[in-house]
Design a protein around this ligand. Structure first.
Ligand SMILES: NC(=O)C1=CN([C@@H]2O[C@H](COP(=O)(O)OP(=O)(O)OC[C@H]3O[C@@H](n4cnc5c(N)ncnc54)[C@H](OP(=O)(O)O)[C@@H]3O)[C@@H](O)[C@H]2O)C=CC1
Ligand SMILES: Nc1ccccc1C(=O)C[C@H](N)C(=O)O
Length: 489
């Protein structure tokens, strides 16, 4: 048996993560757990320090964490998932607000599964603290990524504390978790072949708040509230301090019309009178004037990797519109998916440990190739679904045909929980890959249409047989039909 000091040691592998947002900080925890030395570089100062809590919260549409996000936290550490769950407010369904103030609850799931409202600020703080505690992780705030040479594994950062001095660091793996306007992605695009598309939608958003009422929530806190008005909508998600964050999503030309000759208070009076009463006219006016109007875009790119050295995670690879509440969930799932692939390749190579830092360069390249092959398609699917969900939220939820279908699907899911699963349930409450979700949904829709057609034909035939019997036989039925036909204009 070799002396411990002569035992083969896992070579120290170094990962550089660009971006200390939700996805970057979770990726740091994962890689550190798997034996990597991790340096995380974030452009902003440390948001956990009171002096640095800026207005970022104001551009933050509420997050809704659901199964995919929770699963990634659970795999890292079940205690972390539990701590995140302490911060959330469960939302069991949508509460639809009609123009006359009537509220109707549409539950998300027949078995009571729910999504969870969570503040971005509290979650990022928790994840950064978690990363800070991991042995082998160093957090560097005020460092902006400038450029990288992926072949030699060198990344260059501008250090704000040293007057913008450049710092060059070497890494075996460079992780771009630097958000929708990723500089790492730009660099990868300049260096290799990458398909890329980016689209701004014709709608923007503005955030408002709804204060507590008599020391409690002004509306039911266990629902996501929607005021669907066809081409635009107001939504409200609960916060732990008994307030709601409300967001108005609307076409830019409507914002433009309001700026030209409108008045936001009379706009609310016309379209959201009950919300206006709870928010207060002065608050609506003040917040509309003060808060920025945000734009909404989505992007896709492929591959998500460069050689065996760089990978994009989260919004850097697939920013989406916020309407499915899946942006963060999908980003967390990226981290889990990469970890699963790395562990599988490690084990297939005969290494039964769990240090993915032990992957050879060849294995790392294989892991990144497999990751990109699966994930680029999956994330493209959720980017499209998120866009569709806007139409569902602002218009379809008020449509009888849509509501009937939802009830029918809910009933079928309750009767056959494994065979028939509604789209929303597959996306929010399972980890079925998004591409499979779409394929399965298309199959279910086809069968649902076929079943409805078959049921309609069976009902018509059955009704005919019954009528024929009542009238005394098929000839009598045919004579009755002919008489009705003759009388028709
Ligand atoms: N509700 C909202 O408004 C937002 C929600 N999110 C949610 O978070 C999810 C995951 O986001 P994630 O992928 O982590 O992306 P994020 O945008 O949250 O995080 C990326 C981080 O990287 C920083 N960064 C950007 N460029 C550089 C650079 N050149 N060098 C170093 N750091 C840089 C960003 O700073 P900076 O922010 O200054 O660019 C930001 O702190 C999203 O899908 C969405 O659900 C994310 C952003 C906004
Ligand atoms: N977090 C959000 C932020 C903005 C817009 C929607 C959401 C949602 O979560 C919507 C939810 N998934 C729904 O379909 O009702």
């Amino acid at each position: 048996m070799p002396h411990p000091s002569h035992a083969p040691r896992t070579p120290e592998r170094r990962a550089v993560i660009v971006g200390g947002g939700l996805v970057g900080s979770l990726a740091a925890c994962y890689l550190a757990k798997r034996g990597w030395r991790v340096d995380l570089y974030e452009k902003r100062p440390d948001s956990r320090k009171p002096d640095n809590r800026d207005s970022a919260e104001h551009r933050s549409i509420n997050l809704a964490i659901s199964e995919r996000g929770l699963s990634a936290l659970r795999r890292l550490d079940p205690a972390l998932e539990a701590r995140v769950k302490d911060l959330v407010i469960p939302m069991y369904g949508r509460m639809i607000h009609a123009l006359d103030g009537q509220q109707t609850s549409h539950r998300y799931d027949v078995f009571g599964k729910h999504i969870n409202s969570i503040g971005r600020g509290a979650l990022i703080q928790l994840l950064l603290d978690e990363a800070d505690r991991c042995p082998g992780v160093a957090l560097h705030f005020g460092h902006e990524f400038v450029q990288a040479d992926f072949d030699s594994g060198q990344a260059v950062f501008r250090d704000a504390a040293r007057g913008g001095e450049h710092v060059t660091v070497g890494a075996d793996l460079i992780v771009g978790a630097d958000g929708a306007f990723s500089q790492v992605r730009q660099r990868m695009m300049a260096k290799g072949m990458m398909n890329y598309s980016q689209t701004y939608i014709e709608h923007g958003y503005c955030e408002f708040s709804m204060p507590p009422r008599r020391g409690d929530f002004a509306l039911d806190p266990n629902h996501l509230h929607i005021w669907p008005r066809g081409s635009f909508m107001l939504i409200a998600l609960p916060n732990p301090d008994w307030t709601f964050t409300c967001t108005l999503f609307m076409p830019w030309d409507k914002f433009g019309a309001l700026a030209a000759d409108g008045d936001i208070v009379s706009f609310f009076r016309t379209h959201f009178p009950d919300a206006l009463q709870l928010m207060g006219e002065d608050r609506v006016h003040a917040e509309y004037t003060a808060n920025p109007k945000g734009s909404l875009m989505y992007l896709k790119c492929s591959p998500h990797t460069h050689s065996h050295r760089a990978v994009l995670l989260g919004d850097a690879a697939h920013a989406m519109v916020p309407f499915y509440g899946q942006g963060m969930n999908c980003g967390f799932e990226d981290v889990e998916a990469l970890d699963r692939i790395m562990i599988r390749i490690l084990r297939a190579g005969g290494d039964l440990g769990s240090s993915t830092a032990a992957l050879t360069d060849k294995q790392l390249r294989q892991a990144l190739d497999e990751y990109s092959a699966a994930r680029a398609e999956d994330t493209s699917a959720i980017v499209d679904l998120a866009l569709d969900n806007y139409v569902e939220m602002r218009a379809k939820v008020a449509d009888y045909a849509y509501v009937t279908r939802k009830y029918l699907e809910g009933l079928l899911h309750w009767l056959f929980p494994r065979q028939i699963i509604p789209l929303y349930t597959m996306v929010s409450f399972t980890s079925i890959p998004y591409t499979q979700v779409v394929a399965r949904w298309n199959r279910q829709t086809l069968w649902l249409h076929r079943s409805i057609t078959a049921a309609a034909i069976a009902a018509a035939v059955g009704g005919g047989v019954l009528l024929a019997r009542l009238l005394g036989g098929p000839p009598a039925l045919l004579r009755a039909v002919a008489r009705v036909g003759a009388r028709a204009p």
